[in-house]
Each structure stands twice: as C-alpha cells, then as structure tokens.
Design a protein around this ligand. Structure first.
Ligand SMILES: N[C@@H](CCC(=O)N[C@@H](CS)C(=O)NCC(=O)O)C(=O)O
Length: 325
C-alpha cells in the first residue's frame, strides 16, 4: 500500500495523525467524462466520444468502488465494447499489481507489473493514491477517469446508441431522491465501513460504527416499505449500496469490526441483498475469493498474520421474498 509522489512510488499506509485517528478518503483527481458525442461532461475536458472498443477498464474484484463499474458494464451490455483488466487481490508494498499467479488477468494494454505504472504512463510526475477503478482511453493513451461514481453515470447513458440498451438507472424524475440516498449511503455505509476499519483511535472507530448502524437501520426501514431504495424501480442507489452489503458478513463484520450484528440478521436487507445478487448477470461480477483475500491479506496493520478466514457460509442464491414487497 502506498502512493505516488512526483511519479515516484512510496510505500506507506494511510496517515490518520492529523485527523484524530479518522480515515479520510482522498478525492479522485482524474475526472473527465465519456459522452455520446464527445462533448465535455460535468467536469474535466471533452474529446472522449463513446466508441466501441476504444476504452479499457481496470478493476479489482475485491474493491466495492470498482465493483460498481463492473456491474454497470454488465447491466448496460458493455462487455464487448469496453475491455477489462483485473488486478491481483493482494495489494502489498507496490500497491495493486498484475501478478497472474495471484489471480490477476494481467495488464491487457501494457503488460505492466503494477497499477502505479499505468498512472505514471498517463502522467509521469503524478502525485496521489493509485486507486481502482480506472477508465483508460486507448485513443488518447491516457486516463479518462478514476472516479467510480462518475464512470457508472457514463456507462448508464453514453453508449446507449452503440448497445441499443436504454435502461436508465439514474432517471430524471428520481435524480434528487437518488442523490440524497447516495450521500447518506456513501458517508455512513460505503465509506463508513472503511472509517470503522481504518480508525486508529477508539473514538474515531465508535463514531463510524454508530453512524454505520444508524444508516443500516434506516435502509432496513425503507426496505420494509418499498422494494428498492427510491421506490419500486431499481436505480443506481441500489447498486451503490449492494457492493458494500455483499461484502459485509464476509469482511466488514470481522475485519473492519462492524459487528453490532451481521447483515444476515436484518430481515429486509438479507432478502434485498439476495435479490440484487440474483439479478441477471450480477453473480458473475461477485468473487468472494478475491474479496476475502484482498482485505485479510493486504491490510497487514489490521491482520498481521494474513490468515484469511474460511467462513462465513452464506447462500446468497437461496430464495428471497422481495416480490411480496
Ligand atoms: N473515489 C474512488 C475511490 C476508489 C478507491 O479508494 N479504491 C480503493 C480500492 S477499494 C483503492 O484503490 N485504494 C488504494 C489506495 O487507497 O491506495 C472511486 O470511487 O472510484
């Protein structure tokens, strides 16, 4: 685990000294948008027109943020149009790597060993964390974006003319409601589990834990009244929650000390996570081996023995009751 400073790799863990033991996630720096006609998106510069086979996605199967982009690539029928490289689940002194003996697909574009080389290929003097997902443009030979919340919005609409798929997970009339839920889910749940697990003081941990379970209680209540987070149609908000829920009992409950209760102990959330897991195509985006191996093996400051737990034994393919909602 480390970061680039002026293009040089430095192996260092997150610094929580200046924030009272609290983990603060770095804001993604590369924020261009692919659009249907190549015009500029809400941030960054233009020139990234949606075209078949022009773009490449770098992901980790362990990472909940990268998982969102894999889900949208699948749901929006983009697999044949956007190629893919998968990093190794082990994120050690050189950060994300492409070691194929550890489960990486290899780097399909440059045959690099490490993800930080992809970042310095894009900008030789880059400074910042080397995160996944990354959307790469083969034409301009650079990174379009390293922000998952924006990559999924691009996938949601930009390629519609190419795929013929017009499903809309961020429909105009629900955007306000989706943004409101996203904010709570991001702060308290998606990032909340990390704030709990990476906290280095008791106070910072307890604060994150309290917010996390208060937000999960809120989700549980919403899902008692309606099938999905913003009504009767599935939206982006559901997929953003899903990638944390599916990791919860395997990793966050134990490794990140999010242990007031398991996800399995929430009557609505346990059924809801099954419905999303069983959604056509989604099972193929979930890899529990990479998920467990990544967290328990890579975070040596939390789990120095690197022993990866065998359980839990949960059947996400078992029937759910969400159609009765
Ligand atoms: N804002 C980014 C966050 C991505 C992120 O933090 N990814 C993690 C993996 S789960 C990562 O690559 N961490 C490496 C690091 O922080 O050095 C996004 O949502 O795309």
């Amino acid at each position: 685990m480390g970061l680039l400073i002026n293009g040089q790799w430095h192996d260092q863990w997150y610094d929580t000294k200046d924030s009272g033991g609290a983990f603060k996630r770095e804001t993604a720096q590369l924020r261009n948008w692919v659009t249907a006609d190549g015009s500029a998106g809400p941030s960054g510069t233009g020139g990234f027109k949606a075209e078949s086979r022009r773009y490449h996605l770098y992901v980790s199967l362990a990472c909940p943020w990268a998982h969102r982009t894999l889900i949208f690539r699948k749901l929006k029928k983009l697999e044949e149009h956007i190629s893919l490289s998968i990093v190794s689940p082990d994120m050690l002194d050189q950060g994300w790597s492409f070691h194929m003996d550890e489960g990486s697909s290899g780097d399909a574009l440059f045959d690099y060993h490490y993800m930080h080389q992809v970042y310095t290929h894009n900008k030789p003097d880059y400074s910042g964390r080397v995160t996944v997902p990354v959307l790469w443009d083969k034409q301009t030979n650079g990174i379009v974006s390293n922000e998952s919340s924006e990559i999924i919005r691009m996938f949601n609409t930009a390629f519609n003319r190419i795929t013929g798929d017009t499903q809309d997970f961020f429909p105009k009339d629900k955007q306000q409601a989706i943004e409101t839920i996203n904010q709570l889910v991001y702060e308290s749940i998606n990032n909340g589990v990390y704030r709990s697990g990476f906290a280095t003081t008791q106070e910072a941990y307890e604060e994150a834990y309290r917010q996390l379970f208060a937000a999960l209680d809120q989700m549980e209540n919403i899902l008692a009244r309606q099938r999905y987070l913003v009504g009767e149609e599935i939206t982006e908000a559901d997929w953003r929650l899903f990638t944390t829920l599916i990791r919860f009992d395997s990793v966050y409950h134990g490794h990140f000390k999010c242990n007031r209760q398991r996800l399995e102990d929430f009557p609505n959330l346990r059924n809801y996570v099954r419905e999303l897991y069983q959604w056509p195509g989604i099972v193929e985006t979930v890899n529990f081996q990479h998920i467990k191996r990544h967290y328990y093996f890579s975070h040596t400051s939390i789990n120095p023995t690197q022993v990866v737990p065998t359980g839990p034994n949960i059947d996400y393919s078992s029937p759910h009751n969400r159609a009765e909602q």
